[in-house]
Design a protein around this ligand. Structure first.
Ligand SMILES: Cc1cc2nc3c(=O)[nH]c(=O)nc-3n(C[C@H](O)[C@H](O)[C@H](O)COP(=O)(O)OP(=O)(O)OC[C@H]3O[C@@H](n4cnc5c(N)ncnc54)[C@H](O)[C@@H]3O)c2cc1C
Length: 279
């Protein structure tokens, strides 16, 4: 993702105690294109005090946020942001004022159920809730969803309107406040039938445990699941470990991640390598 679109905050509102909706607008969005994938996201470049940071899309500065809603007529983008602590993104969301300027990247998305299937299992923590809300809102009446969401508080259990048949289970745990329970909940689920598409978005270590579990216990083909790590517990330590890798180790990592292969196929090789590196 390299393109960068300069936008302004049109408004911000609290939609639940730990979730803040920030609406972004600007003429630049006339050139912005949706991927039409319901979990699509952008990098939001949030300027800091240092003007040397510039405005280019930069992984160190930018934060990933799901496009909860895209209104091309305005044009505007809505982001629902977990105000979890004092990171750059959470602080920006908490303090955002109309007229504040940020830049967003072009969009990328992962949610791709096979065309013939109609049954889904969605599993997420609070950061995945905006994507779950959009997936359900944009689903068809022929679809059936089982949804498991782990929240900081039941007061964050927002309405999830959908034309589909939806069964939602909410849990209060994880989200940086305590141990994540998603994989232990998966262990007590009935093994999903053959064509159920499984989508998981949560803290990165838990997402990797979910992938390992799905492969080993549910033995699914890689086209029938998509697992995405959305954030790291102790991101600072994770970054320190990453920066300590030798150039050779980084090159091997880059060589494993082959853009011409499906991401979940890349993960088959990446997971053992990350474990070997202690990551
Ligand atoms: C594809 C994708 C889509 C995403 N969509 C959304 C979205 O729609 N809404 C949303 O809120 N987030 C979303 N995220 C997650 C978000 O990008 C991360 O939570 C990000 O780290 C937040 O940045 P920050 O500046 O607030 O905190 P950082 O500066 O990244 O981290 C500061 C500290 O906070 C901790 N931390 C970071 N995130 C969390 C969290 N959620 N809960 C508890 N502790 C945390 C870190 O471990 C670190 O110690 C998405 C991530 C991805 C990859």
């Amino acid at each position: 993702m390299t393109d960068s679109f300069r936008v302004t905050v049109a408004g911000a509102e609290q939609i639940s105690p730990n979730l803040r909706r920030v609406t972004l607008t600007g003429d630049a969005l006339q050139e912005w294109e949706s991927t039409a994938k319901a979990d699509e996201f952008v990098h939001v470049h949030i300027p800091g005090e240092d003007p040397a940071e510039g405005w280019e899309d930069d992984h160190d500065i930018a934060r990933h946020y799901t496009i909860r809603r895209w209104n091309p007529e305005v044009p505007s983008l809505e982001l629902d942001i977990v105000t979890h602590g004092h990171g750059r993104g959470a602080t920006w969301a908490r303090e955002a004022q109309p007229g504040d300027v940020v830049a967003v990247s072009d969009a990328h998305g992962y949610y791709s159920p096979p065309e013939a299937s109609t049954r889904r299992l969605l599993i997420a923590d609070a950061t995945g809730l905006p994507a779950v809300a959009r997936i359900l809102e944009e689903a068809g009446p022929e679809e059936t969803f089982d949804v498991l969401i782990e929240l900081i508080s039941m007061d964050d259990a927002i309405a999830l309107p959908s034309p589909a048949t939806v069964n939602v289970e909410w849990r209060v745990s994880g989200n940086g406040r305590g141990p994540c329970a998603l994989v232990s909940c998966m262990r007590s689920m009935t093994v999903p039938d053959g064509d159920v598409y499984v989508w998981v978005a949560c803290e990165s270590a838990e997402s990797r445990r979910a992938r390992t579990f799905i492969r080993a216990e549910w033995t699914r083909h890689h086209t029938l699941y998509r697992i995405v790590g959305y954030w790291h517990v102790d991101a600072e330590e994770q970054l320190r470990k990453w920066n300590a890798l030798t150039p050779e180790q980084q090159a091997k990592y880059a060589a494993i991640w082959d853009e011409s292969r499906p991401d979940e196929v890349n993960w088959l090789e990446l997971e053992p390598y990350l474990q070997e590196l202690g990551l």
